[in-house]
Design a binder for this molecule. Structure first.
Ligand code: ADP
Ligand code: MG
Length: 711
């Protein structure tokens, strides 16, 4: 289930341009009749606070009310709608916990209605003795007879005629009943306006899509069992709308990037040649291709916005250096930004000898640099005396000014979202070409939704000479064996990562588990053990990581927080405890922290028996391949897109109506649609263009509208 959109604007101020037709949808749900503050609170938690959030809360199932048997044919365990005559009420004796019972009959038999904690006056009013009523609910067997406990509906014959044949079933939250939620959503439906059609008419006809307002009503007022199928035209239409808004927003950002003048950058290759000569290895084919792609982006008179994807250790840094060297060859400056201090320093260390070989000036600047030293670097950057500046992201946000920054490389691991990219493009870094590096391979299907606005280069092969990581799975019972093996490895001078399990989304328990393991290993191995976990402060964590890097720690116990990019070549063993609790991509990421040095590496997956089917498949996949892209695709199949996207910090968009499994083909269609639209109407000025603007507002992708000339 998708949680309420976290991408929506947290500020309550509505954006200026929101079309009036949408006002009722963006009103707080509390404005709807029958919704009080208590309900509003629950809705906020479950769906989001606005009327539109209610509408996006789609049913996950249906109750079929068409089953209208005689009592004699009513099957236990099935929902039935029965026309009965109400018999004599039998309230329980005072003080008894027995239920309140009302026997009811038709010409074929008897069924008892059963109520716990009943309010007699209410029941007598609703179900007067001797009268006919239609009741609907689940039939139960009880002591050789049948009964119905707390029927869902108890209606007069007249009202029963209005009972819809199918009733939607919604995901709920504690304190909120289906009945109340359904009522709230129905009230929301009353507010649904007719919006101008943004869909291409031919496409809509071909797909049998209803208009938007009809589609919204159809999904909440299902008229057939197919209505909850994601492929049902009404559902598919809403999904398509959402993807169209997503693709359109991304395309507008991209168009603006492309439009915004960059300068054509080209170098003469001299610095790059020097660096290549200094390298103890050849660039891989993938690296060469990526460099060539970047080079041709840089030549264009537009800004570059390119994503460089590749597993840990695939050699992204070298590609980044080449990109930066083009800027320096052209007489300008470049910057490399990393998410943490330690990663920034690591990059600097890698680049230092190479920059030296090329005879260019590199400096590193992080939060740790203070006072005079900092001032000197800042001044040098401003004067153009530094060619490449490496630092943390603060570099960008802070007061650092460059004389002439032409290329910015952002090493984001997996923390760089669409929003950040928009921010980056609207910041005062006009004209700067941007290369984003990520170590999270994204399956192709998701690529489009997450990074549709970026050009992508992928490093799919590992540098030559990498030894495969021997991956083994062992039951937890063999832990002692594993620990004694580690003792031997430590005496040979090897270093080890030990990853502790995730405990039910609770970082407190995670930490407790890690602490226990930490203490245990210290005792059993008598080795130098260190620990990092999510509740430690950044600097504290970095200190431990640095010590591990320096070889002052033999075995590092960690929760999953170990920095993705931190390079400890001497660490060649990875132990993952309760491997069955991790996702495939996560296991792969963790494993990627070893296998970076010259020693043969191994990864031990300790699992709890018996192993489930999914966990078995995950472990088999890991043993079969080290290719992050293959693993990412497999992960998508095993877990589903919802979960792959679910990781909060991934920066990937969350869809509320579209399911990437069910609607994957629609993404491509939406992308093509957007391309046609923007070819014909780049500023969204036609009638359809105006309708598409409404669509962007509807899905709160209206930041993108600012990128239109007539925004
Ligand atoms: P990433 O940033 O993708 O995780 P790095 O750029 O840090 O990977 O490279 C990992 C290691 O591989 C570094 O030690 C680097 O020097 C080395 N390396 C990079 N390119 C090659 C290559 N073409 N051949 C051999 N080793 C390489
Ligand atoms: Mg790296």
């Amino acid at each position: 289930m998708t949680p309420p959109s976290t991408t929506s604007n947290p500020k309550a101020v509505p954006p200026k341009g929101r079309p009036e037709a949408l006002f009722p949808l963006f009103a707080d749900a509390v404005k709807l009749p029958g919704i009080g503050p208590r309900l509003q609170k629950l809705l906020e938690k479950l769906t989001g606070p606005k009327v539109v959030d209610l509408l996006w809360h789609l049913p996950v199932g249906l109750i079929d009310r068409r089953n209208r048997p005689h009592i004699i044919d009513a099957q236990p365990g099935v929902i039935a709608t029965l026309e009965v005559t109400i018999g004599p009420h039998t309230p329980p004796p005072r003080g008894s916990r027995a239920p309140y019972r009302i026997p009811c009959t038709d010409e074929t038999g008897e069924i008892t209605l059963t109520f716990f904690h009943a309010r007699e006056d209410y029941l007598r009013r609703t179900l007067p003795e001797g009268e006919k009523r239609v009741i609907s609910g689940e039939v139960e067997a009880y002591g050789g007879q049948i009964q119905m406990t707390h029927p869902d509906h108890m209606l007069t014959l007249e009202d029963a005629a209005k009972l819809p044949p199918y009733e939607p079933v919604y995901p709920l939250t504690a304190g909120l009943s289906g009945k109340v939620l359904t009522k709230a959503i129905l009230a929301g439906l009353e507010r649904v306006p007719e919006l101008p059609e943004w869909m291409d008419a031919a496409w809509a006809r071909q797909q049998k899509y209803p208009h938007w307002h009809e589609a919204v009503k159809a999904v909440h007022q299902p008229d057939s069992p197919q209505a909850v199928d994601p492929r049902h035209p009404a559902r598919a239409r809403l999904a398509y709308d959402e993807m169209l808004a997503n693709q359109l927003a991304l395309a507008l950002v991209r168009a603006r990037m492309k439009r915004s003048r960059g300068r054509p950058l080209s170098g003469d290759g001299t610095l790059r040649r020097k660096v290549e000569d200094a390298l103890p290895f050849e660039l891989t084919r993938g690296q060469r291709v990526a460099v060539a792609e970047i080079e041709s982006d840089l030549k264009e008179p537009y800004r570059m916005l390119r994503l460089l994807q590749g597993d840990v250790g695939s050699g992204k840094t070298m590609v980044a250096l080449m990109a930066m060297l083009v800027a320096v060859e052209a007489g300008a400056q470049a910057a490399l930004m990393a998410p943490t201090e330690i990663l920034a320093r690591q990059h600097a260390k890698t680049l230092e000898p190479l920059c030296e070989a090329a005879g260019i000036r590199m400096a590193v600047l992080t939060g740790r640099d203070k006072g005079k030293a900092r001032e000197a670097i800042v001044a040098a950057a401003e004067a153009g005396d530094i060619d490449i500046l490496v630092g943390t992201h603060a570099l960008f946000q802070g007061s650092v000014a460059f004389k002439d920054l032409a290329v910015a490389v952002v090493d984001e691991q997996h923390r760089f979202g669409v929003r950040e990219r928009m921010e980056l493009s609207s910041k005062g870094v006009a004209g700067t070409d941007v290369l984003v590096m990520t170590a999270t391979p994204i399956p192709r299907t998701l690529q489009l939704t997450a990074y549709g606005d970026m050009d992508v280069s992928r490093l799919t092969e590992k540098p030559a000479g990498r030894k495969p990581i021997a991956t083994r799975a062992l039951p937890l019972e063999r832990m002692d064996e594993v620990t004694s093996g580690l003792g031997r490895a430590i005496s040979e001078g090897r270093q080890i990562y030990w990853v502790c399990p995730l405990v039910e989304e609770s970082d407190v328990l995670d930490v407790a588990a890690a602490e226990e393991r930490y203490a245990g290993l210290k005792v059993s191995l008598g080795a130098r053990v260190g620990m990092v976990h999510g509740r430690m402060k950044g600097p504290e964590r970095e200190e431990v990581m640095t010590a591990f890097q320096a070889g002052e720690i033999d075995i590092l116990v960690a929760t999953t927080v170990i920095e993705v990019g931190v390079d400890v070549p001497n660490a060649s063993i990875m132990v993952i405890e309760h491997a069955e609790r991790f996702g495939l991509a996560q296991l792969h990421q963790l494993r990627g922290r070893v296998g970076r040095g010259s020693a043969a590496s191994s990864c031990l997956l300790l699992y709890k028996t018996p192993l489930g089917e999914m966990a078995k498949k995950r472990i088999a996949t890991l043993r079969d391949t080290e290719d992050g892209f293959v693993i990412a695709e497999e992960d998508l199949i095993l877990r589903g897109a919802g979960e792959v996207l679910g990781t909060r910090q991934s920066g990937l968009p969350q869809f509320r109506l579209a399911s990437l499994e069910a609607h994957a083909d629609l993404i491509a269609a939406a992308r093509d649609d957007v391309e046609l639209i923007l070819n014909k109407d780049p500023e969204l000025e036609t009638e359809r263009g105006a309708a598409l603007r409404v669509l962007l507002y509807l899905f709160e992708r209206d930041e993108a509208i600012r990128y239109l000339r007539a925004g």
